[in-house]
Design a binder for this molecule. Sequence first.
Ligand SMILES: NC(=O)c1ccc[n+]([C@@H]2O[C@H](COP(=O)([O-])OP(=O)(O)OC[C@H]3O[C@@H](n4cnc5c(N)ncnc54)[C@H](OP(=O)(O)O)[C@@H]3O)[C@@H](O)[C@H]2O)c1
Length: 299
Amino acid sequence: MSSMPADQSAVTVTVLGLGPMGRALAGAFLDAGVRTTVWNRTPGRDRELVERGAHGAGSAAQAVAASGVTVVCVVNYDAADGILRDEAVTAALKGRTVVNLTADTPTRARSTADWAAAHGIRYLDGAIMTATPSIGKPDAVFLHSGPEDLYQEVRPVLDALGGSHTHLGTDIGRAAAYDIALLDVFWTAMVGYVHALAVARAEGITARELAPFAQGISTILPPLFAEWADDVDSGSFSGEGNPITSTVSTMAHVIETAESHGIEAGVMRAAEGQVRRVIARGHGTDGYTRVAELLGGKA
Ligand SMILES: NC(=O)c1ccc[n+]([C@@H]2O[C@H](COP(=O)([O-])OP(=O)(O)OC[C@H]3O[C@@H](n4cnc5c(N)ncnc54)[C@H](OP(=O)(O)O)[C@@H]3O)[C@@H](O)[C@H]2O)c1
């Protein structure tokens, strides 16, 4: 997994942002023997890391000056830009590398990359797709985008974080674009789950009673993700075995039951409305994937 050089003390890294994820990243660097400098807007969050051997910098500018590579992991790009665009920090970063693992939109990633280029700062963007306990372990998932040669250069530093690292291409916004699409999958699924728990509860079914069956539903999703991806990329939108006219009927049952208990069903109503529009356009024998075309978006 790791391609860390033999002398790991030769590798230095700075971590800006010591929320739960920043602390996990810094901790993984320390565990891998990387000389690690840390800084956080609110003082005191570095205490445990310093006890473990990290250098606690007095300012963000001092922190970035301590290492060739700075990893940024704060709440969003407003916060990241606020730190990086400080005059002293920008000056200290000139000629150095920033790996921004803060989550935000592709547009924000591109705009910060433009700013970095204009100030002589080497810049990679990334997204972390797994929770803090995974960091430093094999199941961590990191996505990266930006210049390929820079990615290869910092790869030994990134490898200290464990898990898998995938370079998605030179378009700096690509990691954020994957992140957004995957968050869309995740949150829509969780929106469905909490709604299901409310409907089940209204029917006298506890969350614990439903959970094993909900887990059963989740196991049928991975093959469907692959099958539907083929359908969408090929434009076949196959409804064989499950036409969208059948889909709309089951959605209507969910809405009727939820609303009969006074539970709002706005999300499912929106989904049902999309399906009805597909049918109205004459695609009633197609599969649910036809909705992706209805929703539009350029490839
Ligand atoms: N936690 C996870 O499991 C997870 C998983 C995947 C991705 N991520 C991503 O990782 C990033 C960091 O997440 P997190 O879990 O550490 O918690 P978070 O609450 O998203 O971020 C907390 C960090 O942001 C800093 N911050 C907030 N506003 C700031 C500002 N205006 N200026 C400077 N710093 C500011 C905080 O500093 P203070 O201490 O001073 O408030 C702290 O260091 C996020 O983009 C998140 O989406 C997290």
